[in-house]
Design a protein around this ligand. Structure first.
Ligand code: GUN
Length: 293
């Protein structure tokens, strides 16, 4: 029997649920709308926004994309967000990160209306997550990891979870989700990072490892307790002379070495990645449902 968690298949299940809700909204005369904003020509951001646009279209969400030049000022970007906040046809707003260095990302995320913050990055939504208030939006990637654990039947309550990486997009919200006093949570969470003294020792006692620190192949077989569940969030480009473009994408887990000993493991690609988009679509339909109540 395989120990792979098929993120693509689980994302498709969620897409089917979301599409159903979008159809129900349409029957009430509501067209769910999602606005993408991209600043500059970061190649990865182009690819990510392109994938999100395609999925929106497939599920029946009307998306619009605004691409602004690299030289856009913070004030100009804020003006666009103000406009989208006031636009009733737009239920969700996603400003793709990273932004150019002269723009303060935190200021931009805080300018998006919390009701349209389908990324879950606004301080109000971050606060609600910490407080266990489920009326907020949860960031898509950690929400996707959580959903994969739930739908794979992994017991989270009482589990020792080690989250590698303390970023605002994945690590910190992931820890917050899993430590809540709530159904499908109640884990004992250790958040390890670049200043942690002995990362491997923490990993070895984990029932669940979530690798989100952005270091290619960091998690090795000797860091994983046999039978542990390993979730790989990493997206790292490494040189590969055999590849057409001379490089390939790999995760934070040394998959070939870890897969034989893991209880369950996400492939990468095809694990967590598709779930990020599934959660974005689900957040968007929820934003539209709430706005049209
Ligand atoms: N950049 C990397 N991940 C994300 C994400 O989930 N949302 C946005 N807006 N930008 C990102």
């Amino acid at each position: 029997m395989t120990n792979l968690i098929d993120g693509r298949a689980i994302a498709e299940q969620i897409h089917a649920e979301t599409a159903h809700r979008i159809t129900a909204l349409k029957a009430r005369g509501v067209q769910a709308g999602l606005a993408f904003v991209r600043v500059g020509e970061d190649p990865a951001s182009r690819v990510y926004v392109g994938m999100k646009e395609k999925t929106s279209e497939r599920l029946g969400i009307k998306s619009t994309t605004t691409v602004l030049p690299d030289a856009t000022t913070q004030a100009e970007l804020l003006a666009l967000i103000t406009q989208l906040n006031a636009d009733p046809s737009c239920h969700g707003i996603l400003v793709q990160a990273p932004l150019p260095a002269h723009i303060d990302q935190a200021v931009i995320f805080a300018a998006v209306s919390p009701a349209k913050d389908v990324d879950g990055f606004h301080p109000v939504n971050v606060g609600k997550l910490m407080l266990g208030d489920t009326t907020g939006f949860v960031p898509c990637t950690p929400a996707g990891v959580h959903e994969l654990l739930i739908r794979s039947g992994v017991k989270i309550a009482g589990a020792e979870v080690v989250v590698l990486g303390r970023g605002n997009i994945v690590g910190k919200p992931m820890a917050a989700i899993l430590c809540q006093k709530a159904k499908h949570a109640d884990a004992t969470v250790t958040l390890v990072h670049s200043r942690t003294r002995d990362v491997a020792a923490h990993c070895r006692r984990a029932d669940i490892i979530v690798a989100a620190m952005g270091v290619a192949h960091f998690v090795k077989a000797d860091m994983v307790r046999p039978g542990a569940v390993v979730m790989d969030v990493g997206v790292n480009r490494i040189p590969d002379p055999t590849a057409k473009n001379g490089s390939r994408l790999v995760g934070d887990v040394d998959f070939a070495a870890v897969q034989p000993i893991a209880g369950l493991i996400t492939p990468n690609p095809g694990g967590v990645g598709p779930m990020t988009i599934a959660m974005l679509m689900r957040n968007t339909v929820r934003a539209a449902e709430v706005a049209s109540r």
